[in-house]
Design a protein around this ligand. Structure first.
Ligand code: URA
Length: 183
């Protein structure tokens, strides 16, 4: 099967997933979207209200900022793959709990295995702690980290950049560091 077909099959499974209680409160699961042969994969925290409603990742306010920041460094949404640690929205956007992260992990692992990206961009503390370990975003941001044959790049979550102007400028600087690696 081609990577595109493998992603299609996997996403159909995710849309019907009942592995954790979040399936009872979600409107739509949000598997992720983009190119199945992307060189860069972006991983956020969990779907919010707009994503839950549409079934698409990063389409709300955070998504608008993320898309704009990508554009600024010459990245098109269609050329990358975008997803989150959780595929279902936690009620009132609360922080994911470990049991939810563990239940969803095989889906993310399969997405990474199928797409085999050159760089995996971790957006914020939940993505960083889930894939690398506990590391303050304020210390980890702007850095590449290699483990188990994968290259990660760590930065803030766009929701933090929306709240704090200094985080927004730091995140833009991080994206410039990322862009230098993509030439
Ligand atoms: N925040 C995330 O982490 N993921 C989304 O899909 C939307 C907002």
């Amino acid at each position: 099967m081609s990577p595109e077909d493998q992603i299609k099959v996997l996403h159909e499974i995710i849309r019907n997933c009942t592995l954790c209680p979040l399936h009872r409160t979600r409107t739509n699961a949000v598997p992720g979207e983009g190119s199945a042969s992307a060189r860069v994969m972006f991983i956020g925290e969990a779907p919010g209200a707009s994503e839950d409603k549409s079934g698409r990742p990063f389409v709300g306010k955070s998504g608008e900022l993320l898309t704009a920041m990508m554009q600024e460094i010459g990245i098109k949404r269609d050329d990358v793959f975008i997803t989150s640690i959780l595929k279902s929205r936690p009620p009132r956007n609360r922080t994911p709990i470990q049991a939810e992260i563990d239940a969803c992990r095989p889906y993310l692992e399969q997405q990474i295995a199928i797409i085999n990206p050159k760089i995996i961009v971790l957006l914020g503390a939940v993505a960083i702690s889930s894939l690398i370990g506990p590391w303050k975003v304020s210390e980890a941001h702007g850095r590449f980290y290699e483990t188990k044959g994968r290259t990660y790049f760590m930065t803030y979550h766009p929701a933090a950049a929306l709240r704090f102007p200094n985080v927004k400028s730091t995140m833009k600087e991080d994206f410039l560091i990322l862009s230098r690696e993509l030439v």
